[in-house]
Design a protein around this ligand. Sequence first.
Ligand code: C2O
Length: 545
Amino acid sequence: CTTRHYTFNIVQKNVTRLCKTKSIITVNGKFPGPRLIAREGDQVLVKVVNNVTNNITLHWHGIRQLRSGWSDGPAYVTQCPIQTGQNYTYNFTITGQRGTLFWHAHISWLRSTLHGPIIILPKKNETYPFRKPYKEVPIIFGEWWNADPEAVISEALQTGGGPNVSDAYTINGRPGPSYNCSSKDTFKLKVKPGKTYLLRLINAAMNDELFFGIANHTLTIVEADAVYVKPFSTSVVVITPGQTTNVLLKTKSHHPNATFIMAAQPYSTGQGTFDNSTVTAFLEYEGKNPSNKNAIFTPTLPQFNATSFVANFTKKFRSLNNPKYTIANVPQKVDKQFFFTVGLGTTPCNQNSTCAGPNGTKFAASVNNVSFALPATALLQAHFSKKSNGIYTTDFPTNPQNPFNYTGTPPNNTLVSNGTRLVSLPFNTSVELVLQDTSILGAESHPLHLHGFNFFIVGEGFGNYDPTNDPLNFNLVDPVERNTVGVPSGGWVAIRFLTDNPGVWFMHCHFDVHTSWGLRMAWIVLDGPLPSQQLPPPPFDLPKC
Ligand code: C2O
């Protein structure tokens, strides 16, 4: 195994999109950011130097961070931010993972421009469970605002209303010809006929799940969230923010003399407005001069609210269930059960004023009606030094305190409570968690992301979860293993994971607007009895608040 050294300088950079030039925050002046490449088993050191006026943290989304919670990155959860002029070296070893993940800023909305691919190759002498692709290409989806995204979210939090939607989606940072002034600003994938390409799809968009397809080409899904899956083919991929999906693209055997459009557009079921535009890029064949090069084919994507399409698609994911590639097994027995509602809600406006949220209130979001407040110091440090007093409590409700018909007529009272309440669990607890969407202010899919673990998706369905009958249909044989799951709009999902990683682990909706509104919480996993089950002390350069 090797040690890989990276230096990520956080710097402002002028970029032009949609006819406007503005300064954005980048890593090393690149947008999207640089690729981090390593092999399974490698140690990775990333020195992050903050040269901008904003506070910064970076998160290595999906990296397990086994006993390296100090390098996980969510601000005020595992670390205080890196302040202007300061630096911090993230230090982690990639254990039992290979595939595609991504890194992104984990403070406020800075991840809108601070993100890039993580590519984990198999160990030397190990192969993919599919034929070696001719070439590998990261395809990263993003969301672009003409305004400063930090201003967009801070205005929304002040007025209590929904934030302005983005002005464009991007593929590898480029909006493409369906947007103003952007026909030259288009990502082009040049391919050779008769070859297999591995596309590493990453949804780094802020607030939108996406449909993606390539005209006249079928895609074979082989991996999700850096875990191999049983291959299946599809013409449309659904990908939530926080998810990564590897697909094989087999090119046509003869030069087709045409341009094939690749497109992504939103899947959205919420009541609010969303960016309903389409980003396009081109798939073109290299080679001799085609006579009728102007033939252009467009992919067909589902309706923006095609929930049944999404449900059918997500059901196709199955773990490979091949001992050669399996790292973890689905927990067969459960030590601790949790039932969490996830959804929107409201908080009152300040006295004598009206806010832009529902009925003059402010928008909020919660888990079991708790809208999670981040502390002014880092939870992991408070936990490690046993100084939780005044910072957090460990009384997060295991069930909704006032049960209601979650997917029926919403209750009149939409108020959430605020708190920094966590769940504390012993090492090696087998957890079953049911995440139930609520129809408060409209049913909506929520891409829930768990830090520090992969989980197995053992069941999902529409309506209210039925604790008697639904578990009878759980898949405990080959459920897919992921780090981000779309809780179905108007439905539920059941996941299982083993608390084999001591630390404090964030869980939140990967729609940044919902995270900002409080749809987040954290799990404490206590040390086990053996030294190899304990969180080491913090590194010397851990930032201070
Ligand atoms: Cu991709 Cu907590 O984040």
